[in-house]
Design a protein around this ligand. Structure first.
Ligand code: 7PM
Length: 272
């Protein structure tokens, strides 16, 4: 409950993919031991939260069974929890994984499907932990085929409003909600750019705003760089997002991201 209030903003949420096939760090942190070491490193670099995901949300990625996802994330959560106090977020859309992860020591849910899967909202209400609600157009398998919007900022805003209402009505307190426009999830480069320009409009909700741009293909579309060459683009986008009011940045490269967003935040705060 106090996690979101206790964070020092802007905060970095360090990405820990425990999948054999993640798009930028495929298989690197698959074993619980490697996951723990990677988490330790990210905490040393200043990560405020570790986001553990066992299901690749890469466009076109194959779906993963509940048992397979559990066998990836639970041992990783246990290994980290045994040695570190850092808050752990579980990146999943599956209610069974949310329940098991929180029982094993996770304290936040990061759901790219905004608790829309059957049983997910019920699980979150039962758990009463902070939840990140993200916007996505379509489903991961097809979302990048032909995303279309009349007004991307207005539509993302309307979707988030709808999901916030749905959650609070079901018994999830507003204080537990974080919102995320979902960069790259059913969006072209132009949509992502418009969202970044209009990001400050999402501050109207007066909820923490989480942004994930780390190593994403929008950088490739602007600079034509491979996934392991996108650090400078990533921290530049993170810095803009914080200038626009984002308070949590989901990133692979924790130290660099934290430096970038800290100076951005200090400059912004000085001008108020
Ligand atoms: C393609 C698209 C490949 C997205 C990989 C990704 C976000 C997230 C992810 C985000 C929140 C990645 C992602 N992105 N959760 N999970 N916000 N809340 O970069 O932007 O790992 S998956």
């Amino acid at each position: 409950m106090s996690l979101l209030k206790d964070l020092t903003y802007p905060a970095v949420m360090g990405i820990l993919n425990v999948t054999p096939d993640s798009f930028s760090d495929g298989g690197d942190f698959f074993s619980p031991d490697k996951a723990r070491l990677r988490a330790q490193q990210m905490v040393q670099e200043g990560a405020a939260i570790i986001d553990i995901g066992g299901e690749s949300t890469r466009p076109g990625a194959a779906s993963v069974s509940i048992d397979e996802e559990l066998s990836r994330v639970i041992p990783a959560i246990e290994a980290i929890r045994a040695e570190m106090a850092v808050p752990i977020s579980i990146d999943t859309s599956k209610p069974a994984v949310m329940l098991a992860a929180v029982a094993s020591g996770a304290s936040m849910i990061n759901d790219v499907s905004a608790l829309q899967a059957e049983g997910a909202l019920t699980a979150a209400v039962k758990l009463q932990v902070p939840v990140c609600l993200m916007h996505m157009q379509g489903a991961p398998s097809t979302m990048q085929q032909q995303p279309e919007y009349e007004d991307v900022v207005a539509q993302v805003k309307a979707f988030l409003q709808q999901q916030i209402d749905r959650c609070t009505t079901a018994g999830l307190p507003r204080e537990l909600i974080t919102i995320d426009p979902g960069f790259g999830f059913g969006k072209t480069l132009a949509h992502n750019q418009m969202l970044l320009s209009g990001l400050d409009e999402l501050l109207a909700f007066e909820l923490p705003l989480l942004v994930g741009v780390s190593r994403k293909s929008m950088i490739a579309h602007m600079l034509n760089l491979k996934v392991d060459e996108r650090l400078y683009g990533s921290i530049s986008l993170a810095s803009i997002a914080v200038w626009q009011g984002a308070s949590i940045i989901r990133a692979h490269d924790v130290a660099a991201t934290l430096q970038a967003i800290s100076v951005s935040h200090k400059c912004k705060a000085a001008g108020k």
